[in-house]
Design a protein around this ligand. Structure first.
Ligand code: PAF
Length: 290
């Protein structure tokens, strides 16, 4: 497995592979890899002949006061896992490669509307940081395919929009959320949880299922929302949002029947949730049709 930290090395290797007729699948990560990331690599391996993974903790997607400094950095263990999976190349740029002039002096990209709702209301600059670094990485790697986790569902839609708006010849593929045995969605931030918080954290995924059951039983959306928020609060969560949206564009669902009567590609709904337990902010989602 090749490990490069410079764009020139990366580009030369990609050029050689392309001359040999290879296709490139790319999995961008911030490292501290878990089974969720590894499942994205497995998808990438099926989709192309060469797999490139990047590991870069992007300062632009963290606000002051968030966990940029403490974000877990486990490069050695990450490289071992990627090598064992047969990844061809890991790109590990540092800030001087991604933001030579400093991240606050670099051009940025902002995907309108989608970046500023739901998660974007609580983390106003987050998706600007994500879209900017992903566009930069796409320009560096120039993949045919890129794979992103569905746990960050809003991020996935924003990347799809970015690719469409900038006419990038890249197919974006979503990988389903991997969960612990008790249902907690895998995330690097789960490492922050104390034993008792870890125990309570399973309630987030359970609450999404309860929300869905409420909707199936034709309980009003408002009532379903407030009962789920109450359940989470009773388990010590501080809730940012629990919200029912259309999967295709994240529009608010106000009439479940109207959405479920639509054609197959437009009738799916998604419950999105974000809540803090102790100091750790968790997100999760659940897609369903009725
Ligand atoms: O999902 C992540 O890990 C990050 O947001 C990403 C896409 C690697 C950009 O830094």
């Amino acid at each position: 497995m090749i490990v490069y930290d410079k764009v020139e090395q990366l580009r030369l290797q990609i050029k050689q592979w392309r001359e040999n007729g290879d296709t490139i699948a790319f999995v961008p990560t911030m490292g501290n890899l878990h089974a969720g990331h590894l499942s994205l690599v497995e998808i990438a391996k099926i989709k192309a002949t060469r797999v490139v993974v990047s590991i870069y903790v992007n300062p632009l997607q963290f606000s002051p006061g968030e966990d940029f400094e403490s974000y877990p950095r486990t490069l050695g263990a990450d490289l071992n896992q990627l090598e064992a999976l047969g990844v061809d190349l890991v790109f590990t740029p540092d800030n001087s490669v991604i933001y030579p002039e400093g991240e606050q002096r670099s051009a940025f990209v902002d995907v309108p509307v989608l970046s500023h709702i739901i998660e974007g209301e609580f983390r106003p600059d987050f998706f600007k940081g994500v879209a900017t670094v992903v566009l930069k990485l796409f320009n560096m790697v120039q993949p045919d395919i890129a794979v992103f986790g569905e746990k960050d569902f809003q991020q996935l839609l924003i990347i799809k929009q970015l690719v469409q708006d900038f006419n990038l010849p890249i197919t974006i593929v979503g990988g389903e959320t991997k969960r612990e045995a008790d249902g907690l969605a895998m995330s690097s931030r789960n490492n922050y949880l104390s034993a008792s918080e870890r125990d309570e954290s399973k309630v987030l995924a359970e609450t999404l299922q309860i929300f869905r059951n409420h909707i199936e039983q034709e309980i009003s959306i408002k009532q379903a929302e407030s009962s789920c928020i109450e359940t989470l609060e009773n388990h010590g969560f501080l809730v940012d949002y629990v919200t029912l949206r259309e999967t295709s564009n994240l529009d608010l669902v106000s009439d479940v029947q109207a959405v479920s009567n639509r054609s197959e590609d437009k009738n799916e709904m998604i419950i999105l949730a974000a809540a803090k337990i102790g100091q750790t902010r968790l997100i999760d989602n659940l897609k369903f049709t009725i």
